[in-house]
Structure formats: C-alpha cells, structure tokens
Design a protein around this ligand. Structure first.
Ligand SMILES: C[S@@+](CC[C@H](N)C(=O)[O-])C[C@H]1O[C@@H](n2cnc3c(N)ncnc32)[C@H](O)[C@@H]1O
Length: 292
C-alpha cells in the first residue's frame, strides 16, 4: 500500500540515514498521534519521504528531527508537515462502483424513508479520510443526478475531512487531471467539469455542496463533535492503522452515526475482529455496515 512512492530512488548519498533504533522511536511517535502504523519493512518509505525535509531544515540527523517534532510542534508546525508528508493520498472519482450502487440502494431503500418519518430534511454525510476530495464530490454529483430531482425538499450536507492539510487545500481547489476522472461516466465529465488543457475544473454547484475540514481520526475529542450522520465513508484509511487504532476509530464512528445510518469502508477492509456493533449488510459487490 505504500509502494507507489518513488522518492526512495532519488535519495542522494548525502541524505540523512534513519537508524533502526530511531525508526522505532519515530514510528511510535507517528502511531501514537495518527494511528498510522509503519512496520519494519516500511522504514525505507519514512526515510525516503523525510530525508529531503531534513535537508531543507539543515538537520543532519533523524534524532535531531525527532526532538524538533516532540518539542517544537507549535513553532515550526512540524507535526502538520509530517502528516502531509507521510500520508498516502491515492483516490479518484467514482473509485468503487459497487459501493456507489450500494450507497444509492441503501439511500433509496430506507434512509430517505427514515428521514421523512422523522421530518428531517437534511441528509448528512461524512467522508472521514477524503484526500483531495474526489470521494465527497462523487457523492455530491450523485445527489445532483439522482436525489435532488426526486426529493427537491431534501437538503444535503457533505463534510470531507482529512489529516493532511495540503491535500485539503487541493480538495477545495477542485482541479483534477485525467487520471482522477478516468472512471467517471463521460456524461458527468461533460456536465460537471470544465476541461481545458487537461485540467478538469469542477463546477461551483458541485463544489458548494461539500465542506472540508482538518480532522485527525485519532482525536477522540474532535470525533465526539462529529455527530448525527446518515452515512460515513471511511474508505482506504483503516489499512494504515493497526488493530488497536481501528477498534478505537470504528468505535468512535459508530457514535457519529444516526440509528439506521451506514458506514462504508474500503474494498479490502473488513470489521471482522474490529467491531460487532454494526449489522453487516450484503449488497451485491459491496459490504456495508449498518447501525441499527
Ligand atoms: C488512500 S487515501 C483514501 C481516500 C479516499 N477515502 C478513497 O478511498 O479514495 C487515505 C487518506 O487517509 C488520510 N489519513 C491517514 N491517517 C489519517 C487520520 N489519522 N485521520 C484522518 N485522515 C487520515 C490520508 O491523509 C489520506 O488522504
């Protein structure tokens, strides 16, 4: 899952080296703060991604960098930079078709009935590790295409959050390359993007449906403030956590959902051994977790 990073090939021989001992201290620090766990075989990944930063800061040793991280976070914002450097942000529009179908089915099947029954007119969706925004914007397009025409009185609130502040900036900008839209139906590309010189700019009516906020899923106090969602998408991020972090995060997400709400996780992720609180709902091609 970390393989797509090519920086390792570009580390020059003068770059600071990360010893095995310092790697353990650094990875424990990262794990405690973010839930992201780097096994031994990913030492090269951290070293590769951070070496240039050390050179930029004119820091010769990773031990010194650790001190900066531990004691000087406020002054240099180094923890923020670290998060922006070590996270893997792979995503795309319409990334997981079965999941999109499952979202539409669960929505049409009963969530809307519940909303109507409660007299609640706002559908609340949280994309909890949204990277550069493709996932929440995909949901916004689906809303405009399929939900709004049928339920004009139903409002939608989509919140995209991520630990990486730089990637959130690009999410707000909403300009993409062809690779990001490669799975998007051509009709939607034509309808919701302006394409010039290979840059796909998302239309304002889609952009305006999504709000982006910085949020670390390991921050339990902040998690407690994320409440009353009908859908939570927490996709392709749990793979970076170990079992303990997954249990904590998924437990918090359970409380963030409304009764009858759904949690979507990544294609290769399962809540087996992580949580028994949800009801597993099998929708062809996708596994969805429901809070009953
Ligand atoms: C591979 S991307 C997944 C993007 C999108 N959900 C998808 O499935 O296409 C993983 C994202 O999780 C974010 N992330 C990693 N640890 C996080 C944490 N502790 N809290 C919030 N976001 C985190 C990363 O910054 C990255 O943008």
């Amino acid at each position: 899952m970390f393989e797509e990073v090519p920086e390792i090939a570009r580390i020059d021989s003068a770059a600071p080296a990360l010893s095995d001992e310092t790697f353990i201290v650094l990875r424990n620090f990262i794990y405690a703060k973010t839930g992201i766990f780097f096994p031994e075989k990913k030492k090269y990944f951290l070293e590769g991604r951070l070496a240039k930063r050390l050179q930029y800061l004119k820091i010769a040793h990773f031990e010194e960098y650790l001190q900066l991280l531990k004691h000087d976070q406020q002054k240099h914002n180094e923890f923020e930079f670290l998060c922006n450097t070590i996270t893997v942000n792979e995503t795309s529009f319409f990334r997981n078709e079965p999941q999109i179908n499952a979202f539409q089915r669960s929505l049409a099947g009963e969530v809307l009935d519940i909303k109507k029954g409660l007299g609640t007119r706002t559908l609340r969706i949280w994309c909890a590790a949204c990277s550069s925004g493709e996932e929440p914007y995909t949901l916004a397009i689906l809303y405009l295409e399929h939900i709004k025409p049928r339920f004009p009185d139903l409002h939608i609130e989509i919140i995209g959050t991520d630990i990486n502040t730089a990637i959130l900036e690009s999410a707000r900008k909403a300009e993409y390359n062809h690779y990001a839209v490669r799975n998007t139906p051509e009709l939607y590309v034509q309808k919701y993007f302006d394409n010039s010189n290979g840059i796909y700019r998302l239309h304002e009516d889609v952009k305006n449906l999504v709000r982006f906020e910085h949020h670390n899923l390991m921050d339990r106090q902040k998690n407690r403030r994320m409440m009353h969602f009908d859908f939570i998408f927490c996709t392709n991020v749990l793979i970076y956590f170990d079992e303990k972090s997954k249990i904590q995060v998924v437990g918090d997400l359970y409380y963030s959902l409304n009764r009858g709400g759904y949690l979507f996780i990544g294609y290769s992720e399962m809540l087996h051994k992580i949580s028994t609180a949800f009801k597993l709902v099998s929708i062809p091609g996708a596994t969805v977790y429901k809070k009953e």
